[in-house]
Design a protein around this ligand. Structure first.
Ligand code: GRF
Length: 213
């Protein structure tokens, strides 16, 4: 089977990366994790990649003059490794519009709330403060606007009377670990054959090139 080549971008512990590694280790899963990139050298997720035998790399944002230069280095590495889809999984860097547009439709994220509610950080505290009875997580396409792209899949969990931020986070995280592989399978399974696809979607032009017409 021709499996979709996926890169996972992380900055930290990588528990969602682990869920994706575990799911894609199954022979009949329609995608493979071909590359893990971290912008933080000591991210624990890099150890998970190594244990799974998946190639990984560090692109340290502090080594670049600005966001555009960091994104260009990232873009070059992803293309060199023939990546077809990028999964952000606890990747704590804002990407430039140039990057998100170049990878439009090929760049997804998991966010710990039921979007469009509770964008940004501290989503569990936001949910508790709002008094919602249902909370959850969302896998969505990434666009230039923060936590704003089209929604692919969501999972809901109850907010219980005794919840604090930690207990709620734990319940949502367990749902994330089921949702992200499910959403990836959905996307990868729907992948059109290259012959039926605009080649630009499979191989978007490099960021250093002129903007496509
Ligand atoms: C997750 O809650 C994810 O939704 C958010 O950042 C957290 C990353 O956790 N974007 P992990 O690194 O996957 O364990």
């Amino acid at each position: 089977m021709d499996r979709l080549r996926v890169a996972v971008l992380i900055s930290g512990r990588g528990s969602n990366l682990q869920a994706l590694l575990d799911a894609t280790a199954q022979e009949n899963f329609p995608a493979e994790i071909a590359l893990v990139i971290s912008n933080v050298a000591d991210a624990f997720g890099l150890q998970r990649a190594a244990l799974a035998g998946v190639p990984s790399g560090v692109i340290d944002h502090k080594a670049f003059a600005d966001r555009a230069a960091f994104d260009q280095a990232l873009d070059e590495r992803l293309r060199a490794d023939r990546i077809e889809l990028i999964c952000l999984a606890g990747f704590m860097r804002l990407l430039t519009a140039r990057f998100t547009e170049a990878w439009q439709g090929r760049l997804i994220n998991i966010h710990p709330s039921l979007l469009p509610s509770f964008k940004g950080v501290h989503t569990h505290a936001q949910a508790l403060a709002a008094g919602v009875k249902l909370h959850g997580c969302t896998v969505h396409q990434v666009t230039a606007a923060l936590d704003d792209g089209p929604i692919i899949a969501q999972a809901a969990v109850p907010v219980l009377p005794d919840d604090d931020e930690n207990s709620l986070a734990e319940r949502v995280l367990a749902a994330e670990h089921l949702l992200y592989p499910t959403a990836l399978a959905l996307l990868a399974g729907r992948r059109p054959s290259p012959s039926a696809t605009d080649a630009r979607l499979i191989n978007p032009p490099p960021l250093s090139a002129e903007a496509p017409a």
